[in-house]
Design a protein around this ligand. Sequence first.
Ligand SMILES: [Ca+2]
Ligand SMILES: [Ca+2]
Length: 449
Amino acid sequence: MGLLLMHNRSIIFHRTAFFICLVFLFAFALDRAHGSSAETHPLSLREDAVVVTGKDLSALLGAKISSLNLAVVINGELRPIPFQVDEMRNGSHVFDWVSPLGAKEGFYTQDEDGGKLDGDDELVFMAFDLGERAAAGFDFKSGKVAELSFNDPVSGKTGYAYLLADSSLPKSQADYVKLEIAPPRYNIFARRYKYSGLADRGFFDNLRIAKSNGDWTPNLILRDRTPGHAKLRLVGFSADFDFYDLIRGEVIARKDGPVRLLWRCAGGADFGGLKIKAKGSTEQVFYANRIDIPVAMDLPFNFDSILQSFEIKGTLLLDPASLPVMFYDKNNSNGVRVDGKSETGNPRLVNDKPIGWFAVSSPGASLYFMVIFPKEWIPKLKRTAYMEDTPKRSEVGCEFGDLVHLLSKGFHEYILRFYILSDDFQWGNEKRMPEISEQSLNLTVNELR
Ligand SMILES: [Ca+2]
Ligand SMILES: [Ca+2]
């Protein structure tokens, strides 16, 4: 369309055509620099997974979920986008599949309202799919229409989606995340990554990323770890351990939708004699570009009543096949090369300034890692960068510090969150993530009919 327009004009006005041509080339170069859809999808540079709860969608409350469709307008044309509605019941998601243990723990495969949208149900889609605003009087081929607009305070741009009931528009066939169960493993194929782990363990041991040129990286991660050191108060006994090695679990529920996969595990950690059973379970969530792994503990005692200290780190043991990679955090803004060659580790990371996140960059791909701790923990934690880079092992991560006084009797949860980008690390990209920019999208719902 654009090329045709240029051609017609070039016959009549040569100079104008040349100028337009330059503008087009420039726009094209910008478009390439920002990813292919930067011009058409206003929030294509946001990494947010958008979750809108039913209570904000009053116009469509009570609608049959199977009758809903979500669409955007791109170049004046209505297009469906991938979405899912995750129903909630008793504060937990409703799943596609629940094991007998899951049923005993109170998880369901159906909501109580026969598949209708109610106040606690969640509409989920990706911000990078949002489109432009529909012109007044736009034909949505639909009964009810609610306009959802999201303003991004970082760029100032606004993206729109239209939630339709009983629309004749066919639903999107795109599927951003797929689960393959291959006992004893499970494999996840998402738009930007391939992820794999053993179903009964607390860690993953394979992660490949889709690169900007369409190829895949080699495996980057041998496994994620939580190496720690605990000292017993009374006998002065101390031990090194990896928290994840102590965890055993089983999958009790799952839901595999086009936008996200919910994967619920029950289990606990066994510290020799000290058993910590996580009452209930944790829910891992996989999106096209993001992985959430919660760590939940229901502690039967105060850790500091038995332990003098309980220091842990959150790290990634890098696959030698992936090296060299670059490590970045806000104190290491030029990046630190991780190549498995240093005999002494890397002293440049010795720094007492806390970091909220770090990134590992491989050509054409980057992995961001952050831990979402309870707010009240943050001032009490160390959270400094950690690196070991020798011919024996290359491991990068964050030293959380001593958790012994934080782990009191009762329930605690923190979340490991990974973002996966099909781009080299570049300063500025980190602001695409709401946790780092600290700017969330502002939702406005407008009932059109
Ligand atoms: Ca519900
Ligand atoms: Ca419902």
